[in-house]
Design a protein around this ligand. Structure first.
Ligand code: SF4
Ligand code: SF4
Length: 490
């Protein structure tokens, strides 16, 4: 058995937190498959193309395409269902928007049992692989949910597997690595061959030895001669943030203004790779592994559940909530956000539901202790950003580096004044994005106006040229007539 090189990273995250991790609540609990009686799938808020009959009562087979998003990714139906209702609700995003929710009754509990797409050839062509990923609805399962294949471009040389699930209480990625190690290796092999990648680094934290063992004991023959290695990081939040991870594992700094692929580095989390292996075999993305945890959950656990599983069904499967008032968050305790009442079911990026007692937040003025700056992994001055944004000085906050903020919440965790720092930064960044979108729209409108003015000017000049030519032609004709008459009169 070949052992891949396994090294401990000697680099240390600036700032960050080594908080008690809470992962013990779910790390050793057996994975539980869950199929609810109903599914609630949010339809995209932007342009999309329906691909199934959604009239009330129609039946849709497991794996059949439901709709295609504006980015060209197809969402497959997770189970065989009957359409019950199309209702209004809110998206499950950090800034919820109104949306429509497709409510479905589950008729058969199993996911697609036969491939829904043609299997990929053994010598993968990048174009085939991209098509397969888009048809299977493959999105990045660890982040904002962009189509995974959109990263597969340019001069790529290194694949980084981000298995550093650094936020406390989260164990979904660790479970994927333990349960689906062969699938992860299969996807690594296919990506390395399709894009001629020369190197693969699998990055884990030092608190997931079971995941490391599962991957090391299942490595495939096909990768034995490749440059594949493991890098183990000190368990520290937020070492799993993409740029931080690349620096810790490879020593390469990627500027905030650039994407890792521009430096030839492709980063995927283990869940995305396992889903890619399914897509290669012809199975669309219908399910994911999700942790349901936190001090308010009676029996915390890790579930494999279909996309669209109602939040209440997941919480009920984990024994429900303790008596009292609780706050349920989508995501972990640091980066998660409160779930709106009219939320749809879980989506492909739902890696965790976290519930904790609802505690009224009592804030007090900043005492300039500087703890937030010490905790910040990108060396910002959160207290200054907060002060600037509190006074409506967005430009000043941008000048102070707001765009570099990871919204990791490390500053919130240490602030003795309990100031809502990250909420304020999120609001500022959303405002900045809206202003920048507005400026782009204004630029486009100005460009259209100028293009129209140029076109009218050109048309007027062309009309004037035509008039001038016609005038010249009639004057020449008159000349010729006069000359002919003069000749006749002689
Ligand atoms: S939320 Fe932003 S400012 Fe606060 S610690 Fe994280 S990166 Fe720094
Ligand atoms: S930790 Fe809180 S109180 Fe201390 S400087 Fe930062 S914002 Fe102010």
């Amino acid at each position: 058995m070949t052992k891949y090189a396994t090294t401990l990273s000697t680099r240390r995250l600036p700032g960050g937190l080594s908080a008690p991790d809470g992962k013990g609540l779910t790390a050793q609990v057996p994975l539980r498959p869950l199929t609810p009686e109903t599914l609630r799938i949010a339809l995209p808020t932007e342009r999309y193309m329906p691909l199934a009959a959604w009239s009330i009562g129609s039946i849709i087979k497991a794996g059949a395409p439901l709709f295609m998003t504006a980015q060209g990714v197809i969402q497959a139906c997770p189970r065989t269902v009957q359409v019950t209702q199309l209702v209004d609700g809110m998206t499950l995003s950090s800034i919820p928007e109104r949306c429509q929710i497709l409510q479905l009754t589950v008729l058969e509990p199993s996911p697609p049992t036969q491939p829904c797409l043609a299997p990929l050839s053994s010598r993968p062509d990048p174009a085939d692989l991209q098509k397969r990923a888009a048809e299977a609805g493959l999105v990045g399962l660890g982040g904002a949910g962009f189509p995974a294949h959109q990263k597969w471009s340019g001069e790529l040389h290194t694949l980084v597997v981000n298995g550093a699930e650094c936020e406390p209480f989260l164990t979904a990625d660790e479970r994927v690595m333990r349960e689906r190690a062969p699938a992860i290796w299969h996807a690594i092999d296919v990506l390395m061959r399709a894009y001629s990648l020369t190197k693969c680094v699998i990055v884990l934290e030092d608190n997931t030895p079971d995941a490391l063992a599962a991957l090391q004991t299942t490595h495939p023959e096909a990768l034995q001669d490749r440059d594949v290695s493991f890098t183990i990081l000190e368990s520290r939040y937020p070492s799993g943030a993409e740029r931080q991870l690349i620096w810790l594992a490879l020593g390469l700094e990627i500027p905030t203004t650039a994407r890792p692929v521009e430096y030839g580095i492709l980063v995927h989390n283990p869940g995305t790779l396992a889903a890619l292996a399914d897509a290669i075999d012809g199975y669309p993305l219908t399910d994911r592994i999700v942790t349901v945890t936190g001090p308010s959950i009676i029996s915390p656990g890790v579930f494999r559940a279909p996309i669209g599983t109602p939040i209440n069904a997941l919480i009920a499967a984990a024994g429900g909530l303790q008596p009292g008032d609780h706050q349920v968050r989508h995501g972990g305790p640091y980066m998660g956000w409160e779930i709106p009442e009219e939320a749809p079911g879980m989506h492909a990026m739902t890696h965790c539901l976290y519930a904790a007692p609802a505690i009224a937040r009592t804030t007090s003025p900043c005492i300039r202790c500087g703890l937030c700056a010490e905790a910040c992994p990108v060396q910002l001055q959160p207290q200054q950003l907060f002060a600037a944004l509190s006074h409506g000085q967005l430009d000043h906050a941008m000048h102070e580096g707001l765009a570099h903020c990871l919204r990791c919440g490390a500053c919130d965790q240490v602030c003795p004044s309990a100031l809502p720092l990250t909420d304020q930064f999120q609001t500022g960044l959303t405002r900045q994005r809206a202003l920048s979108d507005e400026a782009k729209r204004a630029d486009r409108a100005r460009e259209r106006f100028n293009a129209r003015a140029r076109r009218l000017e050109r048309q007027a000049a062309e009309a004037e040229t035509r008039r001038h030519t016609r005038r010249q032609q009639s004057e020449s004709a008159l000349e010729r007539i006069r000359a002919a008459r003069a000749k006749e009169s002689i």
